[in-house]
Every structure is written in C-alpha cells, then in structure tokens.
Design a protein around this ligand. Structure first.
Ligand SMILES: Nc1ncnc2c1ncn2[C@@H]1O[C@H](COP(=O)(O)OP(=O)(O)OP(=O)(O)O)[C@@H](O)[C@H]1O
Length: 209
C-alpha cells in the first residue's frame, strides 16, 4: 500500500498544496487533477521519490520511501518527457528497455504491435511522429512488472486507438492487483469503481480568478 501523509509544498513563494493525505490500495487508481501550474507534476515527483516535500512523507508498505530499498524496484515512473532514444529504432529502444528491466522473455514484436507500431519497427525514432514516439515510451507499461505506476500525462499526443489500448492496459494492471497514479485530462480512461480523485487547487492560484 502507498500512503501520502500530510504532504505540503511551496514553490516560488506559492503554497502549491498543504496537508494532503491519501492511501492507495492494490487494484486501485488515483487520478490527480488540477489546472496548469496547480502542482500535479510536483506531487508526482514527490510520490516517485524524485523530490522532497516541505512537510509530510510518503510511505510504501508502512515504511518511509527514502528508507524502503525495494521502493524503486516497485515503481515505474513515466514523466512528461518520457525518455526515448531518437537515434534508435522502436525495436532497438525496446531491446534497451528489456535489458534495463532484465527481461529477456518479452516478445518485442508483440509489444510493438500492442502499442500500434507494427510496420515502424526499424525506423529511427527521431523520424517518427510525436504520438509514435510517445507509444515507444509507453511500451514500458507492457514490459514492467512493477506494481506501482506513476504516469504524468501519458495520453499526450496519442490518437483514439492508442488511448483505447492504454485503457485496456490500465484495466489489466489494476485487475492484476497493480496500482496507478496518473494525471490526465481524459479521466474516462480509468475504471470509475476503482478510481479515487485528488484535486489540487494550486492554493494561491484560486486568488487569481
Ligand atoms: N523545481 C522548481 N523550482 C521552482 N518552481 C517550480 C519547480 N517545479 C515546479 N515549479 C513551479 O510550481 C508550479 C507547479 O508546477 P507543476 O509542474 O507541478 O504543475 P502542474 O500542475 O503539473 O502543471 P501542468 O498542468 O501545466 O503540467 C509552477 O508554477 C511551476 O513554475
């Protein structure tokens, strides 16, 4: 189980969020919402252990994540600019990812087909469209066995078919007992019954309206 305990963060003398707590159980998703600049990415980075809050902490199975050596192995984090080597083809990018995940069993062709890149396997990623490059990055979701996925705007640049494929992958991950924390402007992609919502108001932004 993942627990956020009384998280607070200020940036550029603005309080982004204050005293935020939640817990996430296996099989459940958390949808993080809020307008531009509200602090969603900042929150995701804290939950992934990439940044520290001003106050509060994040616990994984009851232990603070900085003292939980297995946390990073349990986590798949995909940021805004998910890493894709633009000089390598989709197949080569996936070979590299397989090596990273110590996975020699994955069928690269099957994964590329699942993410809709059949026919583009051997073209350098730099010559592919933004959405096709995004699909390469998202193929990590087919490779990883990490129980906790933290994804920052994963649907950016994706077309309707790719979004549908991702929706199926999310559903399967949750049914397998995985957990998902995600920011997206298309909340319908998440199963309603297994999803909790957390709205970040970007506290001082409220005063601007
Ligand atoms: N490392 C940093 N140093 C200073 N300010 C930062 C830093 N990271 C984020 N901020 C500021 O914190 C605020 C929240 O940024 P954040 O990226 O978390 O928002 P967001 O909700 O993800 O926005 P968007 O929907 O536009 O992606 C912004 O005003 C941003 O300028």
């Amino acid at each position: 189980m993942l627990e956020a305990r009384r998280l607070s963060l200020a940036r550029q003398s603005r309080q982004l969020f204050s005293d935020v707590s939640f817990s996430l159980e296996p099989g459940h998703a958390l949808l993080l919402q809020g307008r531009n600049g509200a602090g969603k990415t900042s929150m995701l980075r804290i939950l992934a252990g990439l940044a520290r809050p001003d106050e509060g902490n994040v616990c994984w199975h009851g232990k603070v994540i900085s003292q939980s050596p297995d946390y990073l192995e349990s986590l798949l984090y995909l940021g805004h600019h998910a890493a894709v080597n633009t000089e390598l083809s989709p197949t080569e990018n996936l070979r590299y990812l397989c090596a990273l995940h110590n996975d020699d069993s994955a069928s690269i062709d099957d994964i590329l087909s699942a993410v809709g890149l059949a026919g583009y396997e051997d073209i350098p990623a730099g010559q592919l469209s933004a959405g096709q490059q995004r699909r390469i990055a998202l193929s990590r979701l087919w490779l990883s066995s990490a129980p906790l996925w933290i994804l920052d705007e994963p649907l950016t640049a994706l077309d309707v078919r790719a979004v549908a494929g991702l929706e199926r992958r999310f559903k399967q991950h949750l049914e397998d007992g995985g957990m998902l924390i995600v920011t997206t402007h298309q909340p319908a992609i998440l199963p309603e019954h297994a999803t909790q919502r957390l709205e970040l108001s970007g506290l001082d932004l409220e005063a601007e309206t």
